[in-house]
Design a protein around this ligand. Structure first.
Ligand code: NAP
Ligand code: MG
Length: 406
């Protein structure tokens, strides 16, 4: 079989621990045999970040902006415990994901990978629900305050023009808590655009929810910006038979529960924090959650939503064959290859990415799975619990068969 050619390199960001091991196996078993893989490689493993004083992370993010498609392995974000574990670290380097996001900008979309043998807790959900969280501002960048004595609090805005705006909040008789939060047009607008772009990309409806009946100006601003930005996408939505739908957050929650899934739900920062945990646990497992960062200009970074699976890595170092689930990492690769193929007009690459996903899903649906999924499989499933390598071999065999008969 002739290997599939690529024209533009993928930006490859390698990572840490168990996922770094799996990363290599995926390339060896599922990619190298079929694709003449072209990547620009950046080692975001903790020790290499340290050796480059984290310059490699920023370089990788800039490459992602330049080429437009990146695939990232999970990485360690060092904390105090990691500083003890890796005494050679010269600094508690920041989260690579935060660095990449701050350079690329954009919005993160998280989608569960759904299989027949693991049913979501919500019985009516037939298709995945993708959550887009506006990861900026609101209570995450707020000033809060506790006061004890009687008094009053007001909101003051001091304009550069010299104009001041005063807004009384409340007069109180005793202990009280206060919160001052903000958001920016310049953050909400690209959030809205990334959501519309991604809905079109994935051919799904877009829902956006807030609480503008109560927070008329604050949440009202979000709604207005979404409405304004939608005008640029309305025609394309109509041409594709897609809908943009705004509703109140409480109504959205009720509708999501009764829905069949298959749409994107854009959430404000706090709502997205809460609802993504709700959705991922209701759909099954963090090991089956994929994540993509999309910028309003259409640049993409694909990754698994889970971490480096440290506990499994230490078992692996002890010589144990682990049963770590590689599915979300496989989907990060397939997502990136598919997007690269679309951008470069390489239908063979797009078809390969689809075949890779099909082979992975049909392996799972045949009952061949890692331990985490085996434990959740519907009663009656003919489960064969495999190690990571056995699972990857099973996917590779199916993929080969599929590509040869195609
Ligand atoms: P984690 O790596 O996601 O793992 C937590 C637990 O979830 C595991 O111990 C395992 O449970 C289960 N799990 C997660 N992924 C799995 C998979 N693919 N297959 C099977 N089981 C899986 O989270 P963590 O232990 O909190 O974090 C470890 C490191 O990852 C940290 O250093 C953190 O900084 C980093 N992290 C990176 C990213 C990222 O790069 N995007 C995201 C999150 C965390 P059992 O042990 O019960 O099997
Ligand atoms: Mg959370």
């Amino acid at each position: 079989m002739e290997k599939i050619r690529m024209t533009t390199p993928l930006v490859e960001m390698d990572g840490d621990e168990m996922t770094r091991v799996i990363w290599q196996s995926i390339k060896e078993k599922l990619l190298f045999p079929f694709v003449d893989l072209k990547t620009e490689y950046y080692d975001l493993g903790l020790l290499h970040r340290n050796a480059t004083e984290d310059a490699v992370t920023a370089e990788a993010a800039r490459a992602a902006v330049k080429y437009g498609v990146a695939v990232k392995c999970a990485t360690i974000t060092p904390n105090k415990k990691r500083m003890e574990e890796y005494p050679q670290l010269t600094k508690m380097w920041p989260s690579p994901n935060a660095t990449v996001r701050s350079i690329m900008g954009g919005t993160i979309f998280r989608t569960p990978i759904v299989i027949d043998s693991v049913k979501p807790v919500v019985k009516g959900w037939e298709k995945p629900i993708t959550i887009a969280r506006h990861a900026f501002g609101d209570i995450y960048k707020a000033a809060d305050l506790y006061t004890e004595e009687p008094g009053e609090c007001e909101l003051v805005f001091r304009g550069e023009s010299g104009e001041e705006k005063h807004l009384p909040i409340q007069k109180v008789n005793g202990g009280a808590v206060w919160l001052g939060q903000f958001n920016l047009d310049s953050s909400i607008r690209p959030f809205a655009r990334a959501c519309f772009r991604y809905a079109l990309d994935t051919r799904q409806d877009l829902w956006f929810s807030s609480k503008d009946t109560i927070s008329k100006i604050y949440d009202g601003r979000f709604k207005t910006i979404f409405d304004e930005e939608f005008e640029d996408y309305r025609t394309e939505f109509e041409q594709n038979g897609l809908h943009y739908f705004y509703t109140l957050i409480d109504d959205a929650v009720a509708r999501v529960m009764r829905s069949k899934g298959g749409f994107i739900w854009a959430c404000k920062n706090y709502d997205g924090d809460v609802m993504s945990d709700m959705a991922s646990s209701a759909f099954g497992s963090v090991a089956m959650m994929s994540s993509v960062l999309v910028t309003p200009d259409g640049q993409y970074e694909f990754e698994a939503a889970h971490g480096t699976v440290t506990k499994h890595y230490y078992r692996y170092l002890n010589g144990e064959k682990t049963s770590t689930n590689p599915v979300a990492t496989i989907f990060a690769w397939s997502g990136a290859l598919k997007k690269r193929g679309e951008k470069d007009g390489l239908s063979a690459l797009v078809n390969f990415a689809d075949a890779l996903e099909d082979a992975t899903l049909s392996t799972l649906n045949a009952g061949q799975m890692t331990k985490d999924l085996a434990a959740m499989a519907e009663p009656g499933t003919d489960v064969q619990t495999l190690t990571t390598d056995e699972f990857l071999n099973a996917v590779a065999a199916r993929l080969k068969g599929q590509l040869e008969t195609a």
